[in-house]
Unconditional design. Structure first.
Lengths: 45, 603
């Protein structure tokens, strides 16, 4: 089914230009949050 | 409660309900009722998705969990942003392209009617039970803290939400959730601010952090892997991702939220918004519990947080023993307060030896407190053997009622009602949609008028609302409410996710293979849960047989006991992975066998 899907070219995100860039941003932000929480744990234990 | 609290509570709740009903007064088609005319912007979708997941239990139970267990529960949400991205890439484009009402419609196009109906029924069982708990859990806590009758709190939790969901359908759910979530976020932020303000001035925010850290409450990330440790970074990232893929990708209560978007881009943005803000929001809620913990290091906490249990104890013949224990508890608290101050002073003056001694003293006194609390729990059980002594869910509400200023109590109760209503509304709307679209219109009563299906949808919403109220009235309290909801989810989500994974990624597998694989996998997951719940009883039972046997029989029993020990140790989060992998693996095997049979027939 997936191979039949043709992405809509007008379907652009309002920020970051492309969806792939936006996904990368979300995932990198998540990595940064986990790293910050890891640091938070180390500092307070 | 003060009249101002009542005014804030009633005004907030009724204005949101009235707005939802007014805004959706023109809904008169089945599509409008079930899909909300698909005109919502991304911020409404994002807040609606968050509001659906964050039930009242989240705001009652989570701070209490942090109070007792620290912040490690946050790791449970680490898989969520990953799941959001995966769904945006694979599932959303397909759902939009096929213009489906429910996620299960897609399964018929990919497999057959059988796979669609089975998945829809698994969803209806799981979500129907969870809806009862979503109403029951906050009702019982509110009832016991406020002294209201449980019947009344259940009715209050259920009746208004049924009214506006029946009236405006999925759009009423989304527009009310936008306001409910706004109230929730503002209210929680103000609550955290007030708790910080209530910590003694000489301790301050930094001191509070030092105390919580020294007492092990700020361990958010745990990198040690263990199968039976529910919350570590690995279970969060791996099993959590599977759980959230299933919850957001295959649970109609969430799918319906983002399918109401104006466009694919708006729906994607809504999910990514959830992916970015969910972990920080949960951090804030857990952090509120940590601050309450620090607050109670300097203010006498009750020996037991559930007032109803305490009242029953005070009116019993065990009151004398209870009063003695309370006096002991107060003395331990005074000693602990001094020890905590010493620990903080040592920390501030970098005197490591004194800090370690003071910390050991605080920990010893904490154990003494816990032992007195255990004795009180035992007394409560002597008075009423059916009483629930677990009081985690009462910690935060008890704090709100005792220490929040006038006005804030009303606002925080409005948060709890808003959260309960927003989750329940999504659940009822999704249950009705799945019943009508996947079962009634598809298999029982085809080719009727749009008006017929609109009326039927409203009737099914009322039916599911009534069933949820029935479950709520007959349910008994689980050990921990938020875990109970997640356990129920994990029992079914793995199988549902497995069916969707096969649909998306295993192109050669057909409907029959996935149908039987799903049945076997679900049975296996339920069996695992049975072993988890009754591990000790089963081991004792098998041990009895092992004692009386010898030779290969004894070896077999020993092997079975070892198997029960291993499988019975697996925490519920992992069921999501096992269920999913089992469906995929068994479906693949069945398809291979079928392929060989076909070859033989041809040969």
């Amino acid at each position: 089914m997936l191979e039949n899907y043709i992405p809509d070219e007008d379907d652009k995100p309002p920020i970051a230009g492309t969806w792939n860039r936006l996904y990368a941003f979300v995932l990198l932000l998540h990595v940064a949050i986990i790293a910050a929480l890891y640091f938070f744990t180390k500092v307070h234990s | 409660m003060h009249p101002l609290d009542w005014t804030i509570l009633l005004l907030t709740l009724f204005s949101i309900v009235a707005y939802g009903v007014w805004k959706t007064r023109h809904i008169n088609t089945t599509q409008g009722y079930l899909q909300g005319d698909r005109d919502l912007p991304w911020w409404t979708i994002g807040l609606s998705v968050m509001a659906t997941q964050a039930s009242a239990i989240t705001f009652l139970s989570t701070p209490g969990q942090a109070y007792n267990d620290g912040m490690r529960f946050l790791q449970f949400y680490f898989g969520l942003p990953i799941a959001m991205v995966v769904l945006c890439v694979f599932a959303l484009p397909l759902y939009y392209k096929l213009n489906v009402y429910t996620a299960y419609e897609f399964l018929e196009r990919r497999f057959d009617l059988r796979a669609r109906s089975l998945t829809a029924i698994l969803f209806l069982i799981q979500r129907g039970l969870a809806a009862g708990l979503t109403i029951y859990a906050p009702s019982i806590v509110l009832s016991e803290i406020m002294g209201w009758s449980l019947d009344i709190t259940i009715l209050l939790m259920g009746i208004f939400v049924i009214f506006y969901t029946v009236s405006g359908g999925t759009k009423a759910v989304s527009v009310t959730q936008l306001h409910q979530m706004t109230i929730i976020l503002i209210g929680m932020a103000v609550a955290v601010g007030i708790i910080i303000f209530r910590i003694p001035k000489d301790i301050g925010f930094n001191g509070a952090m030092d105390i919580a850290g020294q007492l092990g409450k700020l361990k958010v990330v745990d990198t040690d892997f263990s199968w039976n440790n529910r919350y570590n970074i690995w279970s969060g990232l791996i099993a959590g991702t599977f759980l959230f893929l299933s919850y957001f990708g295959a649970d109609q209560s969430q799918v319906q939220r983002y399918l109401s978007g104006k466009s694919l881009a708006q729906s994607r943005m809504g999910l990514l918004f959830n992916g970015i803000f969910k972990v920080p929001m949960q951090f804030m809620i857990l952090f509120a519990g940590i601050l309450v913990f620090v607050f109670y290091q300097f203010n006498q906490p009750p020996v037991h947080f559930n007032k109803a249990n305490v009242l029953q104890l005070e009116q019993s013949s065990y009151n004398g023993e209870y009063q003695q224990l309370t006096t002991q508890y107060d003395s331990v608290f005074q000693l602990k307060q001094t020890a905590v101050r010493n620990m903080l002073a040592a920390e501030r003056s970098n005197d490591e030896a004194l800090r370690d001694t003071s910390r050991a003293q605080v920990q010893g006194l904490q154990q003494s407190s816990a032992s007195i609390q255990a004795k009180v729990d035992a007394l409560i059980l002597k008075v009423d053997e059916k009483a629930v002594v677990e009081d985690t869910d009462y910690v935060f509400l008890s704090f709100i009622m005792g220490y929040m200023p006038i006005g804030m109590i009303g606002l925080l109760l409005a948060i709890i009602f808003s959260a309960a209503w927003s989750s329940t509304a999504s659940e009822l709307s999704a249950l009705a949609t799945t019943t009508v679209v996947d079962i009634y219109r598809r298999s029982l009563n085809q080719n009727k008028s749009d008006r017929h299906y609109l009326i039927t949808s409203r009737l099914f919403t009322v039916m599911w609302g009534a069933l949820a109220l029935f479950f709520a009235y007959t349910a008994s309290l689980f050990e921990n409410l938020i875990q109970a909801v997640n356990v129920i989810g994990s029992l079914f989500y793995g199988t549902i996710l497995g069916i969707f994974f096969v649909a998306f990624f295993m192109k050669r597998i057909g409907g029959r293979a996935v149908f039987y694989a799903a049945l076997i996998a679900e049975a296996a997951v339920l069996f695992m849960f049975f072993l988890y719940e009754y591990k000790e009883e089963i081991i004792e039972f098998l041990g009895g047989f092992a004692k009386d046997s010898n030779g290969w029989m004894a070896d077999s029993y020993a092997l079975a006991i070892r198997g029960v020990e291993i499988i019975g140790n697996v925490s519920y989060l992992w069921y999501n992975i096992f269920g999913c992998l089992l469906v995929m693996g068994i479906a693949w095997v069945i398809e291979q066998v079928k392929g060989e049979e076909r070859l033989k027939e041809k040969g």
